[in-house]
Design a protein around this ligand. Structure first.
Ligand code: KG4
Ligand code: ZN
Length: 360
């Protein structure tokens, strides 16, 4: 039996500085330093602040991950780093750090697509066999991918504007609930009536798996304004009802679009059909339960990696790098940082920017 590879992963594409050590499918250490408080006053991630914070923290992160794994650099087989897509200053910080380590140690360097890291996580956590369907849904991403190999992804749909996490965060701001918005809207929604406000289900009447969430943000703003105009403010029950109505709209869209994505995937007749989710929004109970029930009805396994591996982390980068290295796909010091890097080169490019930088 061949010895499993041991890979150091480095992630710095958005607002989390992370390093991890993975051996085979075992996470030996995973360290994440968030930057939420640094950006809190600005309503989004400030690229320059993010890049400086990454540059300051990366060395410590790597040292801490190696110490937690009780390993030295000499005991590694390779160094994997997110080379895009993301905020370019942050991606550059990580790539330069990885190049320095690779040049100093002679270890192979492996450039990893951040989205591939998310998409391959179910193989790290559940040893899922190819092909499987993945819904990546977070504050920065929302797309359906048929994952055929570590290097072959078919993007069969996604948001044409905002990501659902952005919409949750905006809704929380509008309702005076704390950030991050997803958990606080979910909590408020528990005592709310999801039918009180009739919010739109954008693009549901159109075929395919594309989604849109920007109109929903406007609709929740209007609904809130009409209550405020009528009563002069929002009661706790109004907040709960608005939260529940908003969450129901997002869940309905994600579940119906997933049904369609599953149709396309199941047409490939996979031996063991499986659907996996990743990203912060996958933590939402209503969305998760709806997707689970959908899969149960279609005899499809439902895989939800633990939340700390669903959100941004470096273990997923180390693991994606491990699969690339095992396939002989390493890079050299000419590796460049890419702000945009679609996983599926055949799909049409996404235009515009999200809260967290250019869309992939
Ligand atoms: O994957 P993630 O940590 O970071 C990136 O966006 O890359 O996702 C964060 C997003 C935030 O927008 C947050 O509000 C949302 O995930 N989120 C949730 C929940 N927990 C986090 N949205 C809905 N329900 C939740 N329970
Ligand atoms: Zn991410």
């Amino acid at each position: 039996m061949t010895r499993p590879l041991t890979i150091l992963g480095i992630e710095s594409s958005c607002d989390d500085t992370a390093a991890a050590v993975v051996r085979g499918t075992q996470v030996l250490a995973s360290v994440v330093y968030g930057q939420t408080s640094l950006h809190a006053d600005f309503g989004g991630v400030v690229p320059e602040i993010a890049a400086r914070a990454h540059a300051e923290k990366l060395d410590h992160c790597v040292e801490e991950a190696l110490a937690k794994a009780s390993l030295t650099l000499a005991e590694l087989d390779g160094i994997a780093v997110t080379a895009g897509p993301g905020l370019i200053g942050g991606v550059l910080s990580g790539v330069m750090c990885a190049k320095g380590l690779s040049a100093a140690t002679g270890l192979p360097l492996i450039g990893v697509n951040h989205l591939a890291g998310h998409a391959l996580t179910p193989r790290l956590t559940d040893q899922l066999a190819y092909p499987y369907l993945m819904l990546l849904v977070s504050g920065g991403h929302c797309q359906f991918l048929i994952v055929e190999s570590h290097d072959t992804f078919q993007r069969i749909g996604g948001t044409i504007d905002d990501a659902p996490g952005e919409a949750f965060d905006k809704t929380a701001r509008l309702l005076g609930l704390p950030q991050p918005g997803g958990p606080s809207v979910e909590k408020a929604a528990k005592s709310g009536d999801p039918k009180r406000f009739a919010l739109p289900r954008p693009l549901l009447n159109q075929p395919g798996c594309d989604m849109s969430f920007s109109g929903l943000k406007t609709a929740i703003l209007r609904a809130r304004d009409s209550v405020v105009a009528e009563k002069g403010g929002l009661t706790t029950q109004d907040q709960a009802d608005l939260s529940a109505s908003f969450q129901a709209a997002i869940a309905d869209v994600l579940i119906e679009k997933t049904r369609r994505a599953l149709d396309a995937y199941l047409a490939l007749k996979p031996a063991k059909p499986a659907f996996a989710i990743a990203g912060g929004v996958a933590a939402n109970g209503t969305i998760r339960d709806g997707l689970k029930a959908l899969c149960a009805g279609l005899d499809t396994d439902f895989v939800a990696p633990p939340l700390h591996l669903c959100t941004d982390n470096a273990a997923m980068i180390a693991y994606a790098g491990l699969e690339r290295m095992a396939a002989g796909m390493t890079d050299d010091l000419t590796l460049s940082a890419r702000p945009r890097w679609p996983l599926d080169q055949r799909s049409a490019p996404m235009l515009g920017s999200g809260k967290k930088g250019a869309k992939a």
